[in-house]
Design a protein around this ligand. Structure first.
Ligand SMILES: [Mn+2]
Length: 307
């Protein structure tokens, strides 16, 4: 009997994970495998947006535990892995995280880890390499996932391969004009409506010397409007965050994915001075603008060096 295979990303997947699950299970089923694409937990907003807009219904949510083998996509460790997955029965892992414990955690798996902007690029390549016809939903999911995960090609992990696969996908399916802008706007709207949840949900704390600094982030379109229209609320959320986590200072780094600039927000004078010194910016009304796009993971080492 053909083994029943579950393809799954981490719990609460982003669009990259969802796209990989969907498109890879389609590909394997074309090859007469018995695979199910399964999703556990809550979808990130961009994934939900694409699924709703294109009325994609053939995804299994929290499928029952009756699989023989497992394939993990956009994930390469046990942390965040759905409970139904048995590590010894994982037969394949496809991911793009350079630092991972894949071979240790999944000793029987065929592992492909490549440093690219999105795992969706690696799944697209499976179609591309064998010249397999791709269905429209898979093409749209993979296409938008590459933009989403590489932050509109701004993330440092973006590779030539991501761009090449996007170009190829454009030829395989009719992609609506402005799709990526619409997707980023959906994220902006969601962030604005759920500011506290979004900012606190994507926050990290770092200890520098004797200081504990909290950094929260937003990566959206139409950033200027969101920050200006919600400034007092953002400052209030940062203060709550500071108290809840017992931080010395906290700030928001936010970037506009289409216009390539950051806004730093904080009412901490010490934090403002530090950011002004590092980035040669000026705080006015608790907001500072920096042209060019810089991500949180690039900001951290600069703050460490200057604290
Ligand atoms: Mn990813």
């Amino acid at each position: 009997m053909t083994p029943r295979i579950l393809i799954t990303p981490k719990i609460n997947p982003d669009l990259d994970g969802v796209a990989c699950v969907y498109a890879y299970s389609y590909l394997l089923n074309k090859k007469s495998k018995n695979t199910t694409g399964g999703i556990f937990g809550k979808l990130h907003i961009e994934a939900q947006y694409i699924i709703d807009r294109f009325k994609i219904t053939d995804i299994s949510y929290s499928p029952a535990d009756n699989f023989d083998k497992f394939i993990l996509v956009d994930m390469s460790e046990l942390a965040g892995c759905p409970e139904v997955v048995r590590a010894k029965d994982v037969i394949e892992v496809i991911d793009h995280r350079e630092f991972n414990k894949a071979s240790k955690s999944f000793p029987n798996a065929k592992i492909q880890i490549e440093k690219v902007g999105a795992a969706a690029t690696l799944i697209t390549e499976r179609y591309y390499d064998e010249n397999i016809k791709i269905d429209r939903n898979s093409a749209i999911l993979l296409y938008s996932a590459i933009f989403s995960n590489s932050l509109n090609f701004k993330a440092k992990v973006t590779s030539e391969k991501d761009k090449k696969m996007v170009k190829w996908l454009e030829k395989q399916a009719e992609i609506p004009n402005g799709l990526i802008h619409d997707m980023f706007l959906a994220k902006t709207k969601f962030s604005e409506e759920n500011l506290s949840e979004v900012l606190k949900g994507d926050s990290k704390e770092y200890v520098f010397g004797n200081k504990k600094i909290g950094i929260t982030q937003l990566e959206i379109a139409e950033l200027e409007n969101l920050v200006r229209n919600n400034l007092s609320q953002i400052l209030k959320i940062l203060n709550e965050f500071k108290q809840e986590k017992d931080l010395s200072m906290a700030f928001l780094t936010s970037c506009d994915l289409e216009k390539d600039f950051n806004l730093f927000v904080t009412s901490d004078k010490e934090m403002q001075e530090l950011l002004e010194k590092i980035f040669k910016v000026d705080f006015k009304d608790n907001v500072a603008r920096r042209d060019g796009l810089i991500l949180r993971k690039e900001i951290i080492p600069l703050v460490i060096r200057n604290t």
